[in-house]
Write a protein that binds this ligand. Structure first.
Ligand code: HEC
Ligand code: HEC
Ligand code: HEC
Ligand code: HEC
Ligand code: HEC
Ligand code: HEC
Length: 395
């Protein structure tokens, strides 16, 4: 916490530095007085400034007002606004000093500066909290209806993928219940109460009821201490998970967990492939009434690479089609034909190709060797080979 507020202070100090020294003239219709005042201010020309201020005694207050009005225009960003208010502050102080001017003007400017500073600080802090909450892959803040929620005294919602995928495969939700793209589902209070979206389960039968007053803050919990267990994974508890699994008809077998702990990958996130391997769980593939008719495909595809220092990539249809419906990947993300897709890393960073899931909900692409896992001389038995990458010129 301390380090964070220190970083925040440094950031704001730096912003102030930019405001005062680095931003050139911003105002289009600057008066000659303002132009000269700013020039003197930047050069620290004390004598020239005092002369200028005395000479313009009668108009300086309206100059300050014009600066304030301009600063507070909605299209101004924080830096521009603080720059203009800083000049106004200096004018007002000089006016008191040299012309015996009124203190009210200065008070007004200082109040605005403080207010804008606080607003910006809050904004920065909120961004920090958002980053913290979304550090766990697939922990998403849902805040399209931020203002409506605030009106009801409710915080934005945290949707934790990791809790849900402990009991349900992706195919349960994607896409019978949710389109797999953030912000594209228009989830509302009404849709939930109609049994859609979260309401498909949070109805008091499969899981806690979204219509019960005491449950509102179980979802609307962004920014509250109660959300910590979703972030540090301490929400996990053997007995609780066994209870949920038996209620919804999936499996959770804590006795199979190595050392009684969730298996983690190198980056400290849950290793879901390992959980399946040791049969510590068996999430549901369908809710009653929305069966998974597509099933699992048991082929592996070896993506040969052209880059000599890299391992090849082995893609397991079994792992993927256990979690994900065929129709989610085919034909939109990948043509279902051997060698028809040339995979490029650059697309992943933009959320395309393998990056539709990896780096968002599935393990991140910065974990290179989890995909580039097959030494070039080793061709796994039975693997189908995609040579689209290897025929590309080496780079
Ligand atoms: C219980 C339902 C549920 C399950 C199970 C589920 N998701 Fe989601 N998923 C959601 C919701 C809710 C969103 C956010 C939708 C929104 O913002 O409108 C989402 C969004 C996504 C997105 C969009 C990310 C983006 O940046 O646009 C991806 C990718 C995703 N899920 C992948 C997965 C994968 C992979 C699995 C299985 C490992 C999975 N989901 C399991 C409910 C689910
Ligand atoms: C496929 C069923 C299903 C869907 C759809 C679903 N959930 Fe859940 N959710 C569960 C289950 C099961 C649990 C485990 C908790 C329990 O039931 O005791 C859970 C737990 C949670 C938790 C953990 C908090 C707590 O106090 O236990 C949050 C937060 C949550 N869900 C939010 C959401 C949101 C937001 C949506 C919609 C965007 C959603 N869920 C959609 C089934 C679902
Ligand atoms: C299972 C999780 C969950 C529970 C429980 C829940 N909500 Fe929500 N609620 C959501 C989600 C998801 C949204 C959409 C958030 C967004 O994208 O802005 C939402 C949005 C809202 C909105 C703003 C959108 C609109 O349609 O007006 C209000 C108001 C709201 N919820 C009230 C409540 C109240 C009151 C309760 C308790 C009686 C409650 N919610 C319980 C998940 C939940
Ligand atoms: C989600 C799986 C996945 C992850 C994680 C991943 N890659 Fe790849 N990468 C692939 C696939 C599939 C290809 C296509 C086959 C080929 O050309 O090697 C590829 C291709 C490449 C290529 C050659 C083609 C191109 O795009 O330039 C390079 C270089 C590369 N990866 C580097 C990396 C590095 C470095 C990392 C870690 C930061 C990484 N990859 C992580 C799947 C992955
Ligand atoms: C996570 C995404 C994903 C899912 C889910 C998925 N596939 Fe694929 N599929 C791929 C990729 C990637 C390839 C490789 C294409 C290439 O070589 O260019 C592929 C190739 C194929 C091919 C040609 C190679 C082969 O195995 O014969 C077929 C057919 C196919 N998929 C069918 C299916 C079916 C049926 C399902 C569901 C049971 C499914 N796929 C699920 C990503 C997926
Ligand atoms: C629709 C979502 C989705 C897409 C698209 C996708 N994956 Fe995955 N992938 C998953 C999920 C879910 C897992 C399970 C592990 C996890 O969630 O971290 C997984 C696991 C893997 C694993 C297993 C790692 C291990 O520990 O054995 C590899 C390798 C992999 N993916 C490579 C790829 C490659 C290469 C592509 C693109 C050609 C790709 N994936 C596209 C969702 C996806």
């Amino acid at each position: 916490m301390r380090l964070k507020s220190f970083i925040l202070k440094i950031t704001l100090f730096f912003a102030a530095f930019v405001v005062i020294f680095c931003i050139p003239y911003l105002a289009a219709e600057e008066s000659e007085f303002r132009r000269q005042f700013i020039e003197n201010y930047k050069k620290d020309s004390f004598y020239a400034q005092s002369g200028l201020v005395k000479k313009n005694k009668d108009t300086i207050v309206s100059e300050i007002d014009a600066l304030i009005n301009e600063a507070m225009m909605p299209e101004k960003n924080f830096q521009e606004r603080m720059y203009l208010l800083d000049i106004a502050n200096s004018m007002a102080s000089m006016n008191i000093h040299w012309n015996n001017g009124s203190e009210d003007v200065l008070n007004r400017v200082e109040k605005l500066q403080k207010q804008e500073f606080e607003k910006e600080k809050k904004k920065t802090e909120e961004i920090e909290r958002l980053k913290e909450a979304e550090k766990v892959p697939g922990n998403f803040i849902l805040s399209t209806y931020k203002d409506e929620m605030a009106k009801h005294g409710l915080s934005p919602v945290i949707y934790p993928h990791w809790i849900h995928r402990s009991f349900f495969r992706c195919k349960v939700c994607h896409e019978p219940i949710f389109i797999m793209k953030r912000g594209s589902n228009n989830i509302t209070r009404t849709s939930i109460l109609e049994g859609k979206h979260c309401g498909a389960c949070h109805n008091g039968k499969i899981s806690f009821d979204a219509n019960a007053q005491e449950n509102c803050t179980r979802c609307h919990l962004f920014g509250k201490p109660e959300s910590n267990p979703l972030m540090d994974l301490s929400y996990y508890n053997h007995d609780k998970f066994k209870e949920i699994a038996s209620r919804i008809g999936s499996e959770w077998n804590p006795e199979k967990l190595p050392g009684g702990k969730l298996p983690l990958d190198k980056l400290g996130f849950i290793n879901w492939v390992e959980l399946d391997k040791i049969k510590a769980f068996n999430p549901r593939s369908a809710l009653d009434g929305t069966p998974d008719t597509e099933g699992v495909r048991d082929t592996s595809i070896l993506f040969e690479t052209s880059v000599t220092f890299l391992n090849n990539v082995l893609f397991s249809h079994r792992i993927h089609s256990t979690w994900v419906r065929c129709s989610l990947c085919h034909p939109d993300i990948f043509k279902p034909e051997l060698g028809a897709n040339k995979v490029k890393m650059i697309e992943m960073k933009d959320g395309k190709s393998c990056g539709r899931c990896h780096g968002r909900v599935a393990f991140t692409y910065s974990n290179c060797l989890r995909c580039h896992n097959q030494p070039r001389e080793n061709i796994p038995q039975g693997a189908l080979i995609n040579r689209a990458g290897s025929s590309a010129p080496a780079q």
